[in-house]
Design a protein around this ligand. Structure first.
Ligand code: ZN
Ligand code: ZN
Length: 559
């Protein structure tokens, strides 16, 4: 480009030819037109929808249960990527949301888990806690910021590209699912404080007082109304053919229930289940999220200015329901049938208030989930439970045996071992050698499948498989000294319900659908890592990708 410019300049200097001059002017005008065309064609609003703990196969399993206006509308009129995966460990909420919006993995963005051991402060920290900021809208729950996230997000890039014009807003029941997607330069992030509060709140990181539309929403009594009803299946319970019987051994209980069965008298249950926290754990938590998203669209006039706005919504209740009841429960099936209706409501609202064709939407999940391991075990599929306390004892015995010290290990969390470097130095030992001996020994512990030292991750390059997912999740500055992985189907969790976090397909395979302005109709079975979402939106808007982005544009979805 520079060369061409130089050539043109040189030729301009050395000729008096009028036609060259006029050609140049025409090119410049054409380029200006192209630039303004790109800016004008930008959608008025980008909507990111993340469904917490949604497996890809729910789209297939529940397809016939969905109406025409929700998931089916996106699948039919948008672009369905059937083979989208997480490409790192651990597949947890904070990490998932951050990776979607930064277009990279913990190696670069620094959100290595929800909570992790901070080896510099020598204590456990939570991803978005930040004592520098105060709660806005309640008396607690808002000392938060995105400052542990080390790179920019696609939402930041939208703001930067428009000279800080355009609004970016994050909404979720969970703080981390609102804060991290909205980025460092967010107009706002709002999340739901449960307990006895029952309000959407924020942090002084964003503002000092809530906007009037948020105050009005919180005073509307909506949260209370949802909890003053009974949760029954929305359709006749006999039609829930994709789930196990309502009363089975694999589901957890709300306090005050003796069986995991419908109906759920919420008015009673809220008394024993921490009041407004109950709302998070039932499908109506998704309903109030939609209500609040709609209030944000009208309250902030999203999609109405000359700039592109960004609304990042995360539906958190699916995760709470999944954890409590597992992937094969009628409670879960009902939650997705109801979420489908929420999506229909949201899409209709966007059509009406932003305009059909004026917005682009993507829908994905922050991770998926494994079926209840006891259920898998009953089906003779290898699975089980990792015994964390016994593992800690085993590691202690190992360090005593080899180094005659029980102070070598500082912390074990998130399947990582943090070594006490001072102790190792004091004993005159070599950190790398100590780490390798421990890594070699723990492979003998029940259900440890792989172990690797930080040193190996720093000096080798894994280009595929499980080892690559470990490497993509490893951050040299923040991670532990030995990382290990349990065998497939094995979790550190109670026997009821389920969880997620691994690099196996049951946790990594998620839905990914693009829809709306600039998006083709179609579907594809090509493998894509979810880190490709952010650069695809960058390409669509013709703006810079987030600064640590390692994903690539999914060309096939763009018009
Ligand atoms: Zn999650
Ligand atoms: Zn979860």
């Amino acid at each position: 480009m520079k060369k061409i410019f130089l050539l043109i300049t040189v030729s301009l200097l050395f000729t008096n030819c009028i036609s060259v001059k006029s050609n140049l002017t025409a090119t410049a005008v054409k380029q200006n037109n192209l630039q303004s065309e790109i800016t004008q064609k930008r959608p008025k609003l980008i909507v990111g929808v993340v469904v917490d703990q949604m497996r890809y196969d729910y789209l297939v399993k529940f397809y016939n249960k969905f109406g025409e206006g929700g998931f089916k509308r996106l699948l039919t009129n948008g672009y369905d990527l059937k083979n989208a995966h997480y490409n790192y460990i651990p597949t947890y909420t904070a990490v998932g949301h951050t990776s979607i919006y930064t277009g990279t993995t913990p190696t670069n963005h620094g959100i290595i888990s929800n909570d992790w051991y901070d080896k510099y402060q020598k204590k456990s920290i939570y991803c978005v806690n930040d004592a520098n900021y105060k709660t806005v809208g309640a008396t607690y729950g808002g000392n938060k910021s995105p400052q542990r996230m080390l790179t920019t997000t696609i939402t930041d890039q939208v703001r930067l590209a428009q000279n800080m014009h355009g609004k970016t807003i994050g909404i979720a029941l969970k703080d981390r699912s609102a804060i991290l997607p909205a980025g460092h330069t967010a107009t706002a992030a709002y999340w739901f404080e449960g307990n006895n509060v029952g309000k959407f709140i924020t942090s002084t990181f964003y503002m000092n007082t809530l906007p009037q539309w948020v105050v009005n929403f919180n005073n509307s009594g909506k949260a209370d109304n949802y909890l003053n009803q009974t949760w029954n299946t929305i359709n006749d319970i006999s039609t829930y053919t994709e789930s196990l019987p309502d009363n089975n051994n694999y589901e957890g209980l709300f306090k005050g229930k003796t069986t995991p069965t419908f109906s759920y008298n919420l008015k009673e249950l809220r008394k024993t289940n921490n009041n407004f926290d109950l709302l998070k754990a039932i499908p109506f938590g998704n309903s109030i999220t939609t209500d609040f998203a709609e209030a944000a669209i009208t309250g902030e006039n999203l999609g109405k200015s000359n700039y592109t706005d960004f609304l990042a919504i995360s539906y958190s209740s699916t995760d709470y329901v999944g954890h409590k009841f597992g992937t094969n429960a009628i409670e879960l099936e009902d939650t997705y049938i109801r979420l489908d209706k929420e999506l229909e409501t949201l899409l209709n609202f966007l059509d009406e208030h932003v305009g059909k064709g004026n917005y682009t939407l993507f829908l994905t999940a922050d991770h998926a989930a494994v079926p209840n391991p006891s259920y898998l075990n009953d089906l003779k599929i290898p699975s089980g439970y990792f015994k964390s306390e016994e593992f800690k004892k085993y590691v202690k015995a190992t360090t005593l045996k080899y180094f005659n010290s029980d102070k070598i290990v500082e912390n074990i969390s998130n399947y990582q071992i943090f070594l006490n470097k001072e102790e190792i130095k004091a004993l005159g030992l070599d950190v790398n050698k100590v780490a390798q001996i421990i890594a070699d020994e723990i492979i003998n512990f029940d259900k440890v499948y792989k172990s690797v030292t930080a040193h190996t991750l720093q000096t080798a390059n894994f280009s595929s498989g499980l080892m690559q997912t470990i490497q993509n999740g490893y951050n040299q500055k923040l991670s532990g000294d030995i990382l290990f992985v349990p065998t497939p189907g094995v979790v550190s969790y109670g026997k009821k319900g389920t969880t997620h976090g691994s690099g196996y397909n049951y946790d990594t395979h998620v839905p990914l659908i693009f829809y709306g302005n600039s998006i083709k109709k179609g579907s594809s079975n090509v493998y894509y890592p979810i880190t490709n979402i952010a650069p695809t939106i960058s390409s669509l808007l013709n703006i810079n990708e987030p600064d640590g982005c390692t994903g690539q544009t999914i060309i096939e979805v763009l018009k």
